[in-house]
Design a protein around this ligand. Structure first.
Ligand code: SIN
Length: 280
């Protein structure tokens, strides 16, 4: 698509684009919305600079792309239940966001997209990195693609996230979450509903095993896939500034916060946009 309402500059050869010529605080007109949606689907994560947003404007921007994902265990703003507050400093340790993941794959319908807004950023560090999971799939050999394509993976919150949630939010929060989120199954390879592209759909934070394989087989295959997806050639990395925004497609990416700034203060607000159907 040729863009006339927005300016789009790719960040790396793998994914990501910086978008300018747009004010997220205002409702998007139809043409600008269409162009932005196209850029988001094409580049999988889009970045904006110098967007001062009130919580209402943040929610209103995300709400143009879908309904909101039900909040999980991350604290939300008192008056804005759809805004998750992600704060790190000497009193709040960075949590599970620092392991590669795709948001919410521990539920049957993981969120479709996320809009992350920076309110306070460290002087150095605290970047976020994303992986193009289409490319991660497409760069596997054809026999490996064929081998994993019919497989199903188990996604389970307890293995890697349990101890952190217990530490940060307490036993009651953990038990509530455990009870409400039993392990779920997702395809190892999913097809994007809108673009038709296939992507690898496993992540080190939440994918615990592959159905039908023995424990060592499952571990070996997952380790191989995790190593493959984490090649720098599949990635982009974003240096945050105050009032920067990142908007990513969870159906085709994985991401992680880079934990190199402790104990500096970093405060982000995130709105998660719900998907309408299970990955397939
Ligand atoms: C997230 O995983 O939701 C946020 C990542 C980050 O804080 O950089």
């Amino acid at each position: 698509m040729g863009y006339t309402r927005i300016d789009v500059r790719p960040v790396t050869g793998a994914l990501g684009a910086e978008v300018s010529g747009i004010r997220l605080a205002e409702p998007l007109d139809e043409e600008t919305f269409t162009e932005l949606r196209d850029a988001w689907l094409t580049y999988q994560v889009v970045f904006f600079r110098d967007q001062e947003l009130t919580p209402e404007q943040h929610v209103a921007f995300a709400g143009q792309f879908g309904k909101f994902q039900k909040p999980g265990f991350v604290p939300t703003l008192e008056d804005h239940p759809n805004i998750r507050k992600q704060e790190m400093d000497e009193n709040h340790k960075i949590g599970s966001d620092v392991t590669w993941h795709t948001d919410d794959t521990f539920v049957e319908i993981p969120s479709m997209g996320s809009v992350l807004y920076a309110l306070e950023v460290p002087e150095a560090g605290g970047d976020t990195a994303w992986i193009n999971m289409h490319k991660a799939f497409e760069t596997l050999s054809e026999p490996m693609q064929a081998f994993i394509s019919p497989m199903t993976a188990i996604h389970d919150i307890s293995a890697t996230m349990g101890p952190g949630i217990l530490r940060d939010y307490g036993a009651e929060a953990w038990q509530k979450l455990r009870d409400s989120t039993p392990p779920v199954e997702h395809p190892v390879v999913r097809t994007h509903r809108e673009t038709g592209r296939k992507s690898l759909f496993v992540n080190p934070l939440l994918t615990s095993s592959i159905k039908g394989l023995s424990e060592p087989e499952s571990r070996m295959l997952l380790d191989l896939l995790f190593q493959h997806m984490q090649q720098p050639e599949n990635m982009c990395r974003f240096r945050w500034r105050k009032h920067s925004v990142a908007f990513w497609d969870n159906r085709s990416t994985a991401h992680k916060g880079i934990n190199d700034f402790f104990p500096a203060h970093r405060l982000m607000h995130r709105v998660a946009i719900a998907d309408t159907e299970r990955p397939r």
